[in-house]
Write a protein that binds this ligand. Structure first.
Ligand SMILES: Cc1cc2nc3c(=O)[nH]c(=O)nc-3n(C[C@H](O)[C@H](O)[C@H](O)COP(=O)(O)O)c2cc1C
Length: 256
């Protein structure tokens, strides 16, 4: 499974809400299926499923803040509510999927709300719930259209500067000291600024503890913040290889 991505590829990802008719080739679908199988084997408390060639879930239902159209393929991310940190792990794996699709030239969008749950092609056990969906496919070449542009402008705006993702109050070291110890932290801050988040709230914050390890948590708790935390952890380990402890405040352990 590809875990490392450069900053340019992380920044290339943006939420695509209007998909073209162009079919995703079978070879790409095959690679994404392999990735899903690997995620299902590797991570506990989460389950992923690919739905290919189904238009119903997104196109039969319209809700606010979405305006998502032309979807034929999507990933379903399921979290087991009885397993600790399952939503966060789902977010981490979802971003692994999103970045693999981005590297193939496909558009994606995390979708937590703007779809019709009744039409999702999946059977859930009593303790499972859908964490989010990720439609994927080629971006409509006509562009997003007027409303789509408006949604994209409002939602893609990165209001938080990269350095503001560092939490000086939780850090044992301030940002300057942390950067001196670990210059690659600069890339981690940029990777956080490029990460998608629910309602673009960008809640993830990073700091260096007394243990000189990086820790990641959220500035506030809300609807999607556990998923956002997992996404943020993926983006940081994409530029600084390591293995995250799950949970808010978890540390990035070195792999060596
Ligand atoms: C957990 C989660 C849920 C999201 N839910 C929706 C949604 O229901 N509808 C939607 O249009 N976008 C949704 N988004 C996409 C965000 O609005 C988008 O990532 C954010 O505004 C940043 O824009 P960007 O992805 O283009 O960088 C969601 C993103 C995340 C991470």
């Amino acid at each position: 499974m590809k875990m490392q991505y450069d900053l340019d590829t992380l920044r290339e990802r943006h939420s695509v809400r209007k998909y073209s008719d162009r079919a995703v080739p079978a070879a790409e679908i095959g690679q994404l299926r392999d990735l899903v199988a690997e995620l299902n084997r590797t991570y506990k408390g989460v389950r992923f499923s690919l739905v290919v060639n189904d238009g119903e879930t997104f196109n039969s239902f319209k809700r606010t803040y979405g305006m998502i159209s032309g979807v034929k393929n999507y990933l379903v991310a399921v979290a087991d509510t009885t397993v600790a940190d399952s939503e966060e792990i789902a977010g981490f794996c979802g971003e692994a999927f999103v970045m693999a699709a981005t590297a193939m030239g496909l558009g994606t969008c995390f979708v937590g709300a703007t779809y019709n749950p009744a039409t999702v092609k999946i059977i859930l056990s009593a303790s499972e719930e859908i964490a989010f969906l990720v439609p994927f496919g080629y971006e409509n070449e006509d562009g997003p259209g007027f409303l789509g542009k408006l949604v994209s402008k409002i939602t893609h705006r990165k209001s938080i500067l990269p350095e503001d993702f560092y939490d000086n109050s939780l850090g044992f070291f301030n940002l300057q000291e942390a950067l001196e110890r670990m210059p690659a932290l600069r890339d981690a801050l940029e990777a956080l600024a490029a990460a998608p988040s629910g309602m673009n709230k960008q809640p993830a914050r990073i700091w260096m503890g007394e243990d000189t390890m990086l820790h990641l948590g959220v500035a506030f708790k809300g609807d999607y913040t556990s998923i956002d935390l997992g996404i943020a952890k993926f983006n940081v380990q994409a530029v600084i290889p390591g293995k995250w402890e799950w949970g808010a405040g978890g540390a990035l352990l070195s792999e060596a």
